[in-house]
Design a binder for this molecule. Structure first.
Ligand code: GRF
Length: 200
């Protein structure tokens, strides 16, 4: 069984959606470890309640390289084959990315390359786009940038505010993240330049 490592900083709903996909037999994998940079992250509680290994690694007094070295150590000790960022609110160092080449996924709540960075749903809403959505992509050394595995679109309704839009996007995040993890774990894809081509 392929071993996943989850990095999160907060609520943990994307992590929970992946855990549920595994539980319901839609994803053939196991969660080897959940790591948070924040002790109070609700995602840690969710992991523990599910009987999963959950670890808080504090960044106090550590520079990015030193912190990421601890992350790498924890992930390697748990024999993690694919790292899933699930609301992980720290930039990863280049050396972390190099430890897991094309083996780190992230979910972002916009149709990249539009609206990278924080508060993407709010950015999209304020910009006035008619369609937004979410993106699962490989992580490279730039923020919200690597090759795209899956996207889902979500219409912006006249009645929306940025919270209702974010809630509808989140539903799609929960759906496509597990699908993208399955594609990558099964190796049913090839990469040409930036294009991730699913092989069926
Ligand atoms: C999600 O919107 C995700 O796209 C973004 O951070 C948020 C995390 O939410 N990267 P959760 O912790 O998975 O509930």
């Amino acid at each position: 069984m392929k071993r996943l490592g989850i990095l999160l900083s907060g609520r943990g709903s994307n992590f929970e959606a992946i855990a549920r996909s595994i539980e319901e037999g839609r994803l053939n994998a196991e969660i080897a470890v959940v790591i948070s940079n924040r002790a109070e992250a609700p995602g840690i509680e969710i992991a523990l309640a599910r009987g999963l290994k959950a670890v808080h690694i504090s960044s106090k007094g550590l520079d990015r390289e030193a912190y990421d070295a601890q992350l790498v150590k924890e992930l390697k000790e748990n024999h993690v084959e694919l790292v899933c960022l699930a609301g992980y609110m720290r930039m990863l160092s280049a050396s972390f990315v190099r430890e897991f080449p094309m083996r780190i996924l992230n979910i972002h709540p916009s149709l990249l390359p539009a609206f990278p960075g924080l508060d993407a749903q709010h950015q999209a809403f304020e910009y006035g786009v008619k369609i937004s959505g979410c993106t699962v992509h490989f992580v490279d050394e730039q923020l919200d940038h690597g090759p795209i595995v899956l996207q889902a679109h979500v219409p912006v309704l006249a009645t929306d505010d940025s919270d209702t839009l974010a809630a509808r996007i989140l539903k799609e995040e929960h759906r496509i993240y597990s699908e993208a993890v399955a594609i990558v774990l099964n190796g049913r894809y090839r990469v040409e330049g930036r294009r991730v081509i699913e092989e069926v």
